[in-house]
Design a protein around this ligand. Structure first.
Ligand SMILES: [Zn+2]
Length: 211
């Protein structure tokens, strides 16, 4: 823990978090300090309500972030929200490529999606999946650019932006913390189909059984 305390989140000239440097080393450091936990799945109440804002920026938060990186790695995810390991707190982590295939690694505490003007918005209708809806995928149109504001583990304000798959990830993970899964954005029929895919598949990582 001690090495981390004075660490300052690097910010670029435009005020965004630098999350494309030393990805390998940062991801490894987080998950080596963390403990992997099983993933909650659709139907678990913690996924279907808004998570609490984080108000304390101490050791417990740092440990949660480390545990989330460890869990994300075990489940081979590109993003993970705290309620996906059963924790009621607005935090997500990510390790995800963007439109150019560039890797982004980081986390956001108390994220808020920035409302961007509809003019010039380009929708991308690629497939989406979620560790909490194991083995299911469905195409879902989302803006191909996204920005999120929030805080780092010390409570400093941060901004993160992304394109392509990473933009999708930022939107998907923020949704989680407000109680929404991507299947909630599908048509009734597509949602049913995703749940059927989940029923028929077997997750490749530990999950928390629903009662
Ligand atoms: Zn998800």
């Amino acid at each position: 823990m001690a090495q981390q305390e004075n660490q300052v989140t690097p910010i670029d000239d435009e005020g965004y978090v630098v999350d494309t440097e030393d990805c390998e080393a940062r991801e490894l450091a987080h998950r080596e300090r963390g403990t992997s936990r099983p993933i909650t799945v659709v139907g678990n109440p913690v996924l279907h309500r808004e998570c609490k804002d984080v108000t304390e920026f101490g050791e417990e938060l740092a440990q949660l972030i480390d545990d989330m990186f460890a869990s994300q790695k075990t489940a081979e995810g590109v993003g993970l929200a705290a309620n996906q390991i059963g924790v009621d707190a607005k935090v997500f982590v990510y390790d995800c490529p963007d439109d150019d295939g560039k890797r982004h690694t980081g986390y956001v505490v108390n994220p808020k999606l920035v409302e961007l003007p509809a003019a010039g918005r380009v929708l991308d209708d690629s497939n989406e999946g979620c560790l909490s809806v194991p083995t299911a995928y469905a195409p879902l149109a989302r803006p191909d650019y996204a920005e999120v504001t929030g805080q780092d583990a010390q409570g400093n304000p941060v901004k993160v932006r992304g394109t392509g798959y990473f933009a999708r990830c930022l939107q998907h993970e923020t949704d989680h913390l407000y109680g929404y899964l991507y299947i909630d954005r599908l048509s009734k029929r597509e949602r049913k189909d995703a749940l059927r895919q989940m029923e028929e598949g077997t997750p490749r990582y530990p999950v928390v059984p629903n009662d």
